[in-house]
Ligand binder design. Sequence first.
Ligand code: SF4
Ligand code: SF4
Length: 466
Amino acid sequence: MSAATIRPAEPEATAEPFYQAAAKIYPREVQGRFASSRRLTVIALLGLFYGVAWIQVRGQQALLFDLPARKFHIFGLTLWPQDFVYMALLMIIAALSLFFFTALAGRVFCGYACPQTVWTELFIWIEQWTEGPRARRIKLDQGPWTADKILRKGAKQILWIALAGYTGFTFVGYFTPIRSIGTELLDGSLGPWAMFWIALYSLATYGNAGFLREQVCKYMCPYARFQSAMFDKDTLIISYDPERGEPRGARRRGTEPRAQGLGDCIDCTLCVQACPTGIDIRKGLQYECIACAACIDACDEVMDHMGSPRGLIRYTTEHAMHGRTTHMVRPRLFVYGFLLLLAASAIVVSLMLRVPLLLDVIRDRNALYREVRGDQIENSYTIKVINEDEMPHRYRLEAAGLSGLVLVDPAGPIEAAAGSVSNVSVRLQAPEDVAQGVHVITLRLTALDAPKLVKSEKTRFIGPMS
Ligand code: SF4
Ligand code: SF4
């Protein structure tokens, strides 16, 4: 067979398109216990985010991750690069809390506290306020561009952009003092990098909360993918009760469904309309479900209206759904809880014992020792005093470990401003007859105004070798 006769197989013609645009979701506004809790949580979290950046403690922004200065200010506590262990512990605590609460109560973080949920909720409130309830929003999108539509859409966009801009500004304000960037923004002297980061975070907020919404949860969030690994049959989930709901079908209000061969579900689809991720919980637990409980509120309202008991969709567990006992206390919760307690105790104890003072001793590399005044041996050092405290201090330096050891320089106390690094020259002298050889000595720094602020460091005092 000649090469010319070999042809690659023609791809099979297919009617299925390779790409399907995501259908826009218009979540229906719901009222109820869980909607109220979510609203309160959203308001509290947003209040914290927008408010904490403006709180000052002792003239310093209370929460500031000052990356250029490599210092994190956390409510009066300043963490330096040497304190990285605290940041690592905080991350471990955050991860363990996520594991613990996911095993206990499913995706409560997704439904109530995730930034994507919180800002999407806020953007949807603006959307509802400017464009109206679900049905009117759908009609508005399908209708022609009238003056009313331009006005409503324009108002929504202006509010979204303003909110996204202020969110970007606040976010950057946790890394650069917010008052200074606020002033610079107002007088037009804000630097290009600050402008860039504010614009980037504003754009991220606008895009994620305004447009991507549930697609972030469905396609971008890794937690949605692996959270099922933390689930077991005793984890709290939101579930539709098919035993009670099926067969679903319309019926008159107040009538007995069983007499008509029906279950309690009237197939009104309000639970689907309320779902911010656009899923039908009646098809079973799906990874897209962020456990926001909007479907519970929607269905409870329907059940109230129909005169049926609430809870057709409810918080439950797989065991409870199958008539078995739910075990809230179980081994994996013990393991997560124990590790969480351990990490939390470790950080609390180490923060309580932390001394915000560092002392580093460097020996003079030019001379091992010097003979002075005939019978004295002198060693020189440079000490680095790092005052990690948010207050200035005066320190007394002492040297011990060798009889007759005298601190010649510095003669008086060492002064160190708040959050400063000072290099201080130190000279020690000892009688020649006791200074022979190498001696381990201790330099000790004590704050005169806070005697508990003490740091010691060992070093060597070298004399002539006999
Ligand atoms: S809201 Fe309740 S009654 Fe209505 S479709 Fe959903 S499950 Fe059925
Ligand atoms: S199924 Fe219910 S709980 Fe899950 S995301 Fe949709 S509305 Fe929220």
